[in-house]
Design a binder for this molecule. Sequence first.
Ligand SMILES: Nc1nc2c(ncn2[C@@H]2O[C@H](COP(=O)(O)OP(=O)(O)O)[C@@H](O)[C@H]2O)c(=O)[nH]1
Ligand SMILES: [Mg+2]
Length: 285
Amino acid sequence: MGVLNRESQEIHAKIAYVGPEGSGKTTNLEFIQRKLKKSQVGELQTDGNGSAGTEALSVRLGKIRDFSTYFELQTIPSSPETLDRRREIVATADGIVFVADLRPEHHDATADALEELESILRERDLDFDDVMIVVQYNHRDEVDENALDGLCRRLGLDSETSFEACAKDGTGVLQSLTTLSKLVLAKIRHDASATAVEASAAKTVIRETEQAPVAVDADIEEAVQSIEDTTLDALTPLPPEKSLRVESAGPVEGTDAELVIPIRLLDDETGRSTELRIRVSIGES
Ligand SMILES: Nc1nc2c(ncn2[C@@H]2O[C@H](COP(=O)(O)OP(=O)(O)O)[C@@H](O)[C@H]2O)c(=O)[nH]1
Ligand SMILES: [Mg+2]
């Protein structure tokens, strides 16, 4: 579960990508790895192969006040014999991206995966109030509206936040992660304040005569409070490469010894153009 460590001034949280085989869990992590700045994301770590394999990715959200904040993303393996591993990953997760597969022939597997997830949580007396969840309806590019409506109705996760996605081109991937990150951080904040209140209340009991007000730990409270207001810079995708194109070139001027080629470059994004004059010296070879 999420850790807010005041001594090391770090917050660590885990996000599990859960869903049936082929729904797009690995593709989510691959996209995030490619898209985030290298200083904020590690290498994709793989463990095992095929449907028994899992991937993990470390993401550094940066400093929030004085707290360095880290998220560990992890995919579950899909094959039936890896149930224990799925249990372990789900049990230690603070948040879950449930990757649903919209392709009609995968609706059964998606419903089964959700049922298994809920039963793993129930075994530990947990539900989606304890473990934050967002639902990602993936493979959206391959299906029509009917498939989306059908699967939504079947899963019945109406009160959970959901996104339509095409993980293959990244649509919906960062939205799912940023939304879940905020939910998870808000939960860690809530739990940290609750713990501080309990600790303070305990102190009051020991010092029976003292009428101390129940004070939450101001440092923790302030640090986690700011999380919700903070834009998660690390999760902002890199801007596309600047696209300059040659709008016009020439006419070439010059002499036998030197040519001057005027070139006008146009920045498609801003509409600004820049004039360059390239001089080419012609010497004896
Ligand atoms: N067309 C399409 N293909 C996708 C999408 N998401 C994943 N895929 C492809 O589906 C296959 C299975 O995805 P993968 O991430 O390995 O599934 P996993 O078993 O959940 O890890 C891969 O070939 C992906 O490229 C999507 O939204 N649209
Ligand atoms: Mg996979």
